[in-house]
Design a protein around this ligand. Structure first.
Ligand code: ADP
Ligand code: MG
Length: 909
């Protein structure tokens, strides 16, 4: 079969490649001659397709992006998948029975395609041309350079600068009940963290980290049904199974020792038999496997002790709208957006991390808070620091690009430019008196050697391409300067040569030119071609001219072209040497980036405290939460003309353990209970808080639940979700927790809901003893304060005026004894006759309801009660349901069983 040159450059995405040909010197059979492009079993196959199938075999689970010129092409089944997922056209190589489906994405814009594929759980193997097609003899050598997954994607265009992109790995021990290991890394910044978790903590911790991809042992899906269901709800297809043997403790430990170049892991505070070793080891192995490089920027394990942090579960994070709003999942209108005055991408990411994992220990909290306070009190220092930090680009991600060999000259110049901000930031921090700023000052490495080396090597504004020259500074290399002079001299030589030839031939229109196919030539206009001298050798005829060369011109060309080519190669070599030389410095660079990020966050918190009139809360281990004139940090910023009404909060574990908050719809109940939770959370990240004064006895967890919140996405009945979440609180809250319940019990019928709400408050009061805020429209619950010593009532003041109600948004002591539904209906424009009828029915019901409250009140809990005791809820007749209820052991009941039980009870009814 004749071998012809085949074109490497396909057309635009999805269009057939064959019509646009380019000479590449690559041999391959021409499709027109029916060269078979079939799967490996049916010969004959073109050398290139054989190469494709070899690469495919090396990464069978991945879609193969096969580099051909300016495109990545996908073939066969991969092409079908890509065409479906990306909406790009499916074409085919060759026609007829041998047709191989093919689809392509342009290299210039492949990031967005890549992102789409990995987000849907696909792996993509990138198969590059490993040599310049111009140099290739025969087939261009190709090989897989890395495998991209949702957790290992580092393309800037695919990532949000303000969020980390985590790859997590979960190790589940074979012994039931033993601790699990979790490790997670942001490959784009190099930070690797790990922790040991009790089985019950796994799902919440993964929900907090929100990994883009999770690795876990194959087989876990069967063994851990419940966890698997929860994780696939969270992560969808982005769970990758790894063989069990990859989690072998001994082998993973050796992987870690080798990767971190240490003799023991104890330097990281990690015990060798810890469950996090297999997790971290399997994670690092996956990185090496997908990146095909050592990932030098992943340099240590940061040990996370769950006990260090205030725990926020999925529902709480969502309800408090920390980083996404509940309604549309956006950043606008969230706490992070309100607080984010950071000026660097690293700072933005760190602030988000702090918000999702506040601290628990007063010492750690106060260390941060004193740093914020110092910058709060020194507005000039703060502004100067922020001014400097604005010059700092994403040093963490630039460092990661250096480590993976993907940094270009512009990246290195950006790195040097960013590092230039370090010495002035250090100088500013030198006189800081707070411990944290002092420590950060010490952590900042001026890195003048690194920045200096980059600046001495590269020009100020290098081009994007690292192979086409123009990136190395003059004076850096004598050899390079000489080569450049040679080609530069060439240019003036050419001018002189042209002038001399014009004079010799007397042809005024004679020009010396260059093109990439024929090299240098002398061009004479068509009309004067016969006057060309004898020694001119004709090379090419163009439209209106003839082109010639002379021996002298050829000799010149060899010299100039050679010099230019050599200069380009030398520049590339110098650049690669520079990039390599930075790898050992990555540790210093990343530590400095982390310190800069912290300075940025402290300054941002100080800035927001000053802008929004926040104050520093007192922090201690006591049980009192006392807030004077607290405000909701997000809602107070919403400009709706009405100014925000501040309110006090007061909780402790004695008489003010539980606040029952009543009041009409739209009064401000939900706002108030959330604002209390947010103020506690802000205090525990070290921030100032929106209040005139605050004293926070630290909490270990915050739980918030909203009754019957719609959660259609999870495909469960809303009341079921509500009860699962309540069960979670009742089972997991401690006396140090803060529990915020909003209209719990609303999702079912009145009696049902009221009875549940009542029993929940009693349980929280008696057993859990957590500080609790309970907003409810069941005004009957206010009765509880008379019976339980730790319950107090508050309500949202409204003024009634001409049969209308005016919301004052002010929280006052005491309960309400009526619901305002009919007033609200009136305000909403419900017709008068309907309202009149409703009033009549209400009067009737209220008589009964007094009876109901009195009846419930008779059922005091077993201890801590103030009132008399009675035996059963609805008098002496005990129904089947009541009997079953009485038998339930709530302490032993798992959330799922509770739900099943509820369902059964309902059926009994
Ligand atoms: P509820 O939960 O009692 O039905 P919300 O907390 O949802 O009421 O508040 C209803 C509206 O009142 C919200 O839109 C909010 O903007 C406004 N609001 C709530 N609290 C205040 C306040 N303290 N000052 C000013 N406006 C408030
Ligand atoms: Mg509400």
């Amino acid at each position: 079969m004749p071998e012809k040159s085949f074109v490497e450059t396909p057309g635009p995405a999805g269009r057939p490649a064959r019509n646009r040909r380019r000479r590449t010197g690559e041999a391959s059979d021409p499709p027109a001659e029916g060269g078979s492009l079939s799967p490996p079993t049916s010969p004959p196959m073109s050398p290139m397709m054989a190469q494709f199938w070899r690469a495919k075999k090396a990464e069978p689970g991945a879609l193969l992006f096969f580099r051909m010129g300016d495109f990545y092409e996908l073939f066969d089944e991969d092409a079908r998948i890509a065409s479906r997922e990306l909406g790009i056209a499916l074409t085919s190589r060759s026609k007829g029975d041998d047709a191989v489906p093919m689809a392509g994405v342009p290299v210039r814009a492949f990031e967005s395609y890549l992102m789409k594929l990995v987000r849907r759980g696909h792996k993509v193997a990138i198969c590059e041309q490993l040599e310049d097609p111009r140099d290739a003899r025969g087939l261009v050598e190709r090989g897989i350079v890395r495998v991209v997954t949702a957790g290992t994607i580092t393309e800037e265009d695919a990532l949000d600068a303000r969020e980390n992109n985590y790859l997590a790995c979960l190790h589940l021990p074979s012994r039931p009940g033993a601790r699990a290991g979790l490790a997670w890394v942001d490959l784009s910044t190099g930070s690797l963290s790990a922790s040991e978790l009790a089985p019950g903590e796994i799902a919440d911790e993964i929900a907090r980290i929100q990994p883009a991809e999770l690795l876990w042992p194959a087989g876990a899906r069967e063994r851990e049904g419940e966890l698997a269901a929860e994780l696939s709800r969270q992560l969808g297809p982005r769970i990758s199974e790894r063989e069990e043997w990859r989690f072998d403790p001994g082998a993973t430990r050796r992987t870690l020792l080798r990767h971190f170049k240490v003799a023991t892991l104890e330097g990281f505070g990690v015990e060798e038999d810890s469950a996090l070793v297999p997790a971290a080891g399997a994670l690092v192995e996956y990185l090496e496997e997908t990146q095909r490089s050592a990932c030098e920027h992943v340099r240590r394990i940061h040990l996370v002790q769950p006990g260090d942090h205030l725990i926020l579960d999925r529902a709480t994070r969502s309800c408090l709208e920390l980083v996404r709003t509940q309604r549309d999942g956006r950043r606008e209108g969230t706490l992070v957006e309100t607080l984010d005055a950071t000026v660097t991408p690293m700072g933005g990411r760190l602030l988000r991390e702090w918000l999702l994992a506040p601290l628990r220990g007063p010492e750690a909290i106060l260390e941060r808070q004193r740093g914020v306070a110092e910058l709060f009190e020194a507005p000039f220092l703060r502004e100067e620091l922020r001014e400097r930090l604005r010059e700092v680009l994403d040093v963490e991600r630039l460092a990661a690009k250096v480590s993976t060999g993907r940094a270009n000259a512009r990246d290195l110049a950006a790195l040097a430019g960013s590092l230039a901000a370090v010495p002035p930031v250090r100088a500013k921090l030198e006189s800081a008196y707070s411990a944290m700023l002092g420590r950060l000052d010490a952590d900042l490495d001026p890195l003048e050697d690194v920045a200096g080396r980059i600046r001495a090597t590269l020009v100020d504004a290098p081009p994007l391409s690292i192979k086409d020259g123009g990136i190395v500074r003059e004076g850096f290399s004598g050899e390079l300067d000489e080569l450049r002079a040679a080609s530069g001299d060439g240019r003036s030589w050419m001018a002189r040569f042209q002038a001399a030839e014009v004079e010799r031939t007397g042809i005024a229109g004679l020009k010396v030119g260059f093109n990439s196919v024929f090299g240098y030539y002398i061009e004479i206009p068509r009309g004067q071609a016969e006057r060309a001298p004898q020694d001119y050798v004709r090379k090419q005829t163009v439209k209106s001219a003839e082109r010639y060369v002379t021996p002298e011109l050829k000799e010149f060309e060899a010299k100039v072209l050679g010099a230019e080519e050599r200069a380009r190669e030398l520049e590339y070599r110098i650049f690669c040497e520079l990039r390599e030389a930075l790898v050992p410095e990555l540790g210093r660079i990343l530590d400095t980036a982390h310190a800069l990020a912290q300075v940025d966050v402290l300054a941002a918190l100080a800035q927001k405290a000053a802008e929004n009139r926040y104050t520093a809360p007192a922090i201690d281990r006591g049980d009192t939460i006392k807030i004077v004139d607290g405000r909701h940090p997000v809602i107070e910023r919403v400009p709706d003309g009405e100014s925000f009404v501040p309110n006090d909060s007061h909780l402790d574990s004695g008489e003010r353990r539980i606040t029952i908050l009543t009041g009409p719809n739209m009064a401000g109940k939900s706002t108030y209970i959330r604002q209390t939770a947010l103020i506690v959370l802000l205090a525990q990240i070290g921030s100032f808080v929106p209040a005139r004064e605050a004293k926070i006895g630290v909490v270990d967890r915050i739980f918030t639940r909203v009754g019957a919140s719609d959660d259609i996405g999870r495909g469960e009945s809303t009341f079921m979700v509500e009860m699962v979440e309540v069960a979670n609180i009742l089972n997991n809250a401690s006396s140090r927790s803060l529990v915020v319940l909003d209209e719990v019990g609303r999702g079912t019928s009145t009696f049902d809901g009221l009875a549940l709400a009542w029993a929940i408050v009693e349980h929280l009061h008696e057993k859990v003893r957590a500080r609790t805020l309970f907003a409810t429209h069941y005004h009957q619950l206010t009765e509880l304060s008379a019976r339980l010593s730790g319950v107090c009532n508050r309500n949202v003041a409204v003024r009634e005026w001409n049969d209308e109600i005016v919301f004052l948004h002010r929280i006052v002591e005491g309960g309400t004894d009526r619901s305002y539904g009919i007033h609200v209906a009136r305000l909403a424009g419900v017709p008068p006759e309907v309202l009149e009828r409703a009033r009549a029915i209400l009067r009737d019901l209220e008589e009964d309801s007094e009876d109901l409250t009195a009846r419930i009140s008779r059922h005091a809990p077993k201890s801590g009660a103030r009132g008399p005791q009675q035996l059963s809820l609805f008098g002496p007749r005990e129904s089947k349901v009541e009997a079953a209820l009485a038998k339930l052991d709530l302490d032993r009941l798992s959330p799922i069983d509770a739900l099943l039980e509820l369902k059964r009870l309902r059926e009994l009814l």
